[in-house]
Structures are given as structure tokens and as C-alpha cells.
Write a protein that binds this ligand. Structure first.
Ligand code: G3I
Length: 344
């Protein structure tokens, strides 16, 4: 795999930033933990987004442009232009940068297809990819989602993917962490998962996987719980999830928080959905802040304004309001709930 810079079209919404009367104090100043959000190069061209991002967030996660699907071209070359621009933006604004994701079951890149089943050649290309990207951003990212979403959705074992098929059910995970540690020894290497709250069986399988990997000496530096939630979630589940994850003593990353107002469960909340959303933020943030300081890696929302959310780009997502700021960039009850919980 050789590195080569692709040229990306520079798009971006342009809006004039409007000063908000009596804006809340900067969250990144009042919070007693790093506060993150996701970023794309198109956001960087939007002054209103930049104003909110630089005022309230101390950490950024590239939503797409450090993932294999963006970086690795079909011919095996690499495209780093988006990631490089985001690195420069974070550095210019004194923000930490967190990378996602080195290895993910969802990725099935064309460049690896000719190597599928080739044994050592596949393993060498796997290592080369991780060394290339984690090496390029060595010292520029505070950590990586080294392996994303390893557990089967029903909690019955681990996911099957091109990586597990070629390198072994669990060994692809072990190798990813070893290669990432080789590329960037100072980066915190996370195992990141979602639906740990909604699916107890999946949570249990994830916890057992972490235990096994740690017993094998795998250099796991932290655990990420994505926290893609909805207002049907029962009270208490978030507290239990954070407490269980915290029992390993590792740094915990609430890595991709959004709370959909479109309930997926049958526990339809009564009252104002936005207040229920705020109450869930309070529960999650208070559970996170109850962790020892050394375990509070970061609390990251997966977007700033409701319209920035990936959820609105999904079928049936129109009208959802999953994030901390509304369409106009005004703070919602969820923002104030977060600021109260992390600043106390
Ligand atoms: O930027 C290109 C654009 O140039 C092109 O015209 C367009 C059409 O192909 O694609 C655009 O890229 C899209 C990118 O988001 C930026 O918007 C990709 O197709 C699309 O696949 C990508 O989706 C991202 C998805 O992960 C897959 O990488 C979402 O933004 C992102 O929110 C989502 O985030 C994931 C986490 O990584 C893992 N947890 C779940 C979460 C939600 O799925």
C-alpha cells in the first residue's frame, strides 16, 4: 500500500456567524473534563459552526475523514487531505484531536479484496495500513478508536468481517492494538462500542471481550461507549452502564452521544421529549463525572446543532432533534443539563 494524496473537493456551507445575546459560558471552560464533538472539513467552512465548536468544545473527532473508507483508495494509495486539514484546525484552536477508526467491521475496502484469503500478504497489508495512518498522525491525536464495534448486535459472540475472516475472530483485534501501539506508543488505544445501554447481552459480551483481551496483555488504553440513545431509554440504565465499564479502571469515553426524540423502544416517555432528552444527558454526565478524574477521558457529542446530526441523513430522520444545540445554534435544555452536570 503506498501513500498518495488525493484532492478533495472543498465544499462547505457558508453562513454569517451571528452573535447570540447572553450566550452561555464556554462549556470547555466550565467543564471538569474534556468536551468533544465530531467534525468534518465541510464544517470548517461554516463560520456559525466554527464559532460554536471553538467556544464550547476542547476535543474533536473526525466524523469521516480519518476512516479507512476515506483514506484508503481502491488502488491502495492513501488520501490524507481531509485529516490533515482537521489536524490543522484543531491545533489552531487549541483542541485535542481523537481519531476514529482504525479498524471497523463495516469497512470492506476494495484495496483489500485482491488480498482476501492470501494469509501473510493480507496480514502485512493490514499492518501497513495501521502503521501508515496511525504513524502519520503520531503525536497529533490523543487516542484512537483502534477497533470499532467488535460485538455482534445480538450479543452472541463477535462480528464476522473481512478482518476476522483473514486474521482470526479475536486476533484481528489483538493485531490492531499491537500495530497501533507500534505506530503511536503515546496514543490511548480504545475499544469502542454502541448499544451497550440498550442491549444487556451485548454489554455482557463486550465486558467479557475486554476482560479476555486485557488478560492477553493487549494494550487497551480506554473504553468507548458511543451512547447513540433515544428518549425511550429507561432511567438507571446509563448509570449502570458507565459503572460497569468503569470497573476495569480504564479511561472511559462517552464517544458519540446523541439522543433521538424518535423513541425506538416501547417505553414512551410522558411529558416534554426535550426535557426527557435533557434528563438522560444529566444521568449520563453525572455517571461519567462520578468516575475518578483519571477515568474521565472525554464526553463527546456526535455533532453540535441538530441539523449536523447523521441521524437526520437517515431515512425517517427528518425532524429529529438529537443534539445539544438547535437548528439556529441556540443551546437546548440538553446543553444546559450537560453544563450543570460536568461543571459542578
Ligand atoms: O463527503 C462525501 C461527499 O463528498 C460525497 O459526495 C457523499 C456521497 O457519497 O459522501 C460523503 O461522505 C459521507 C460522509 O459520511 C460525510 O458526510 C459518506 O458517504 C458517509 O458514509 C459518511 O457517513 C458516516 C458514517 O459514520 C460512515 O463512516 C457518518 O457521517 C458518521 O456520522 C457515521 O458515524 C458512525 C461512527 O463512525 C460509528 N458509530 C456509528 C456512527 C453513525 O453511523
Amino acid at each position: 500500500l503506498t501513500g498518495a494524496l488525493g484532492l478533495a473537493a472543498c465544499g462547505g456551507r457558508t453562513e454569517t456567524a451571528t452573535a447570540q445575546p447572553n450566550p452561555p459560558r464556554p462549556l470547555r471552560e466550565t467543564a471538569r473534563c474534556p468536551i468533544g464533538t465530531c467534525v468534518g472539513t465541510d464544517h470548517i467552512g461554516d463560520p456559525a459552526w466554527v464559532a460554536l465548536a471553538t467556544r464550547h468544545f476542547s476535543q474533536l473527532t473526525p466524523e469521516f475523514e480519518m476512516k479507512m473508507e476515506y483514506v484508503l483508495q481502491p488502488d491502495g494509495s492513501f488520501r490524507f487531505d481531509g485529516g490533515d486539514r482537521i489536524v490543522a484546525f484543531a491545533r489552531a484552536n487549541g483542541q485535542r484531536l481523537y481519531g476514529t477508526t482504525l479498524i471497523w467491521y463495516e469497512q470492506d475496502p476494495a484495496a483489500f479484496h485482491p488480498l482476501d484469503g492470501s494469509g501473510k500478504r493480507f496480514a502485512d497489508a493490514y499492518r501497513s495500513y495501521i502503521l501508515a495512518i496511525a504513524g502519520r498522525y503520531r503525536g497529533q491525536v490523543v487516542g484512537w478508536d483502534t477497533v470499532n464495534e467488535p460485538v455482534a448486535e445480538d450479543g452472541n459472540g463477535l462480528r464476522q468481517c473481512i478482518w476476522s475472516r483473514n486474521l482470526g475472530q479475536e486476533d484481528y483485534i489483538v493485531r490492531a492494538f499491537e500495530h497501533a501501539a507500534e505506530a503511536d506508543p503515546n496514543a490511548l488505544l480504545f475499544l469502542n462500542e454502541y448499544n451497550l445501554e440498550h442491549l444487556p447481552r451485548k454489554q455482557a459480551t463486550f465486558l467479557k471481550l475486554v476482560e479476555r483481551l486485557l488478560s492477553r496483555g493487549v494494550p487497551i488504553g480506554g473504553l468507548g461507549t458511543q451512547s447513540h440513545l433515544d428518549i425511550s431509554l429507561k432511567s438507571g440504565v446509563l448509570t449502570q452502564t458507565i459503572r460497569r465499564l468503569g470497573e476495569f479502571g480504564l479511561p472511559i469515553h462517552v464517544s458519540e452521544l446523541d439522543i433521538s426524540l424518535k423513541p425506538h423502544g416501547f417505553n414512551l416517555p410522558v411529558g416534554d421529549p426535550l426535557q426527557r432528552q435533557a434528563d438522560l444527558v444529566t444521568e449520563l454526565a453525572e455517571a461519567f463525572m462520578a468516575l475518578p478524574q483519571r477515568q474521565r477521558f472525554a464526553f463527546t457529542a456526535w455533532g453540535i446543532r441538530d441539523r449536523d446530526s447523521w441521524l437526520l441523513r437517515r431515512p425517517g430522520g427528518t425532524g429529529d432533534r438529537p443534539l445539544l444545540f438547535d437548528e439556529a445554534g441556540e443551546p437546548k435544555a440538553a446543553f444546559h443539563a450537560l453544563q450543570r452536570a460536568v461543571s459542578a
